[in-house]
Design a protein around this ligand. Structure first.
Ligand SMILES: [Zn+2]
Length: 545
């Protein structure tokens, strides 16, 4: 038995479980919680009984397996929150259903009001396996501007919305973006990269109160799948205020570590002024809400990733870089010197190589930085030389099998089968001793066990098994999803494992994920989730008292 020295120690919670995986190699049978923290663990179910008093809630969970709650290293809770209030086109399974949802929303809206959809959908969920067109959205609602974002880097707009945004057939592509056109030159409605933000700028923003409400709803949905914390991968300063309101009002059900966006549309002076004006630096906040750092976006998503070799389905296209590397290096030097951690979106191998140049340039000027100060987000396509450089430079990598799981089919089409099967080779990274933290980045609550199943099998939602040679063991996947993210957040002493002195962030399962059949992992749902000694998900009232 291990316990903190403070005596007398009366537990608020005494939980006895079938097995408790500490994530540091130890197995326990009971855990004691006082206030927000774990204060004692024991290998015996009754090993902590002498610490229980009249105020202790006893939870007999001998049928359950406990793990540290999942900690997602890269997800977009703010977007997921916003989605809870937008047209739920993620429910559509065909273009016709998509159009009907848009049509019904328009019928219920004030005349001329913008109809904005959730961005948590994907065309591969639609029977037609393609994006709707401007013409189809016109059929659904021609009297309203309609704007349907899909994920972070793609959207489709109807003719009304394109007109309001001043986009016509002759409008040049904006920096870092593309405006879709048919062979005859007419607009298709498709918007990629920077073009998404051009139209988004015309849609009315949600009020802060709405954002707060959305954060409450969405964070509860993440807690329900066993997530205890997530690193919010891109927000604005205004959105940080909404987070602060949500935390103050007790609405957050997951711990959040936000990254503030430094827009690629800023020139060097503007970017420096923006960073200087933030005043704070990484680490400000408390256990619920603590600023992680700054976010840069160097290339696009599946459709705009900067690749070394051209797209498989478009030999003239090899994606785009959003920053001039020399400018970005100087801006990052400024940021790192002011105490900021930096996470940079780099999906394609050309973006990864460019980012390594930038980060190595920063270290050359600022000197060696603490681990996880300079982070590569995604690195979906990388080669052996790049991976070795990342490890050599001490740059951490956030990895999201969920992206391959969700968009594997698009990756096979756009990047070709060879690059798709080698997306995020976790085995290769681990062989080199890379610093990895696991997450999702699919802007909706995904059962983390589905993601673990994917890391272990290389299984996907609609593209079969991709690169089975890159699979990793279950225990490693769980470790990257708990301790990995704790290290990324500089919180390895407070989170990520079950041990005295750590926050009481726990998730319970009806079977042991480490011994379950692999095929049962994908759908394995938690029985309860506890964060800081409070139940955040407990449908069966196992924590009721
Ligand atoms: Zn992201």
């Amino acid at each position: 038995m291990t316990r903190l020295p403070a005596e007398p120690l009366r537990l608020d919670w005494l939980i006895r479980a079938g097995v408790i995986h500490s994530m540091t190699g130890d197995l326990y049978r009971s855990v004691g919680v006082r206030g927000t923290e774990i204060v004692a663990v024991s290998e015996e179910p009754d090993g902590l009984d002498d610490l229980a008093g009249s105020g202790t809630v006893n939870v007999d969970a001998g049928d359950l397996t406990l793990l540290p709650a999942f900690d997602d290293s890269h997800e977009h809770l703010m977007e997921a929150g916003r989605n809870t209030m937008l047209v739920p086109v993620d429910e559509a399974r065909s273009i016709a259903e998509f159009k009907k949802l848009v049509h019904d929303a328009a019928a219920a809206a004030a005349s001329d009001a913008w109809i904005v959809t959730s961005n948590g959908w994907n065309e591969s969920h639609l029977a037609e396996n393609r994006m709707p067109t401007a013409a189809e959205l016109d059929e659904a609602a021609s009297d309203h501007p309609v704007f349907a974002r899909r994920g972070g880097h793609l959207a489709v707009a109807n003719s009304f919305a394109l007109k309001v945004a001043g986009i016509g057939p002759d409008t040049p592509n904006p920096p870092g973006g593309g405006i879709g056109r048919w062979p005859d030159g007419k607009l298709s409605g498709l918007l990629e990269g920077g073009a998404v933000y051009v139209v988004a700028g015309f849609a009315p923003p949600m009020t802060r109160a709405e954002l707060v409400q959305g954060l409450g709803r969405a964070s509860a949905a993440y807690a329900a799948v066993g997530v205890g914390g997530l690193r919010e991968a891109m927000i604005t300063g205004d959105e940080l205020l909404a987070y602060q309101d949500a935390a103050d009002q007790g609405l957050l059900r997951v711990r959040v570590r936000p990254l503030i966006r430094v827009g690629a549309e800023l020139n060097e002076d503007q970017a420096r002024t923006f960073i200087d004006g933030l005043g704070a630096r990484s680490g400000l906040g408390d256990d619920w809400l603590r600023i992680w750092g700054l976010k840069f976006v160097l290339d696009g998503g599946v459709e705009g990733a900067a690749l070394e070799a051209p797209y498989a389905n478009d030999p003239k296209n090899s994606g785009h870089l959003n920053w001039d590397p020399d400018v970005m290096t100087r801006v990052c030097v400024e940021a790192a010197s002011r105490g900021w951690r930096i996470g940079t979106h780099a999906v394609g191998d050309r973006a990864v190589r460019t980012l390594l140049d930038v980060y190595e340039g920063v270290v050359a000027q600022v000197g060696t930085l603490p681990p996880w100060t300079l982070v590569i987000e995604h690195a979906l396509v990388s080669d052996a030389k790049q991976r070795a450089r990342a490890v050599e430079g001490g740059f951490g990598i956030t990895v999201q099998h969920a992206l391959l799981w969700n968009m594997g089919r698009e990756m096979v089409t756009t990047w070709g089968p060879e690059r798709a099967r080698n997306v995020t080779p976790l085995d290769e990274w681990l062989k080199l001793g890379a610093s990895l933290a696991a997450g999702t980045d699919i802007v909706r609550p995904l059962n983390p066990m589905t993601n673990v199943w994917g890391m272990v099998t290389r299984g996907t939602r609609a593209a079969g098994i991709q690169g089975p040679e890159h699979a990793i063991p279950v225990a490693t996947a769980l470790e990257l999803y708990t301790m990995g993210t704790a290290r990324l957040n500089g919180e390895a002493d407070r989170r990520g494992s079950v041990a005295p002195g750590k926050l009481a962030d726990l998730v319970a399962y009806p079977v042991d994920p480490l011994t379950a059949e692999l095929d049962d992992l994908a759908e394995l749902a938690p029985t309860f989730t506890m964060i800081g000694g409070h139940a955040t998900h407990d449908p069966d009232q196992r924590l009721a008292h």
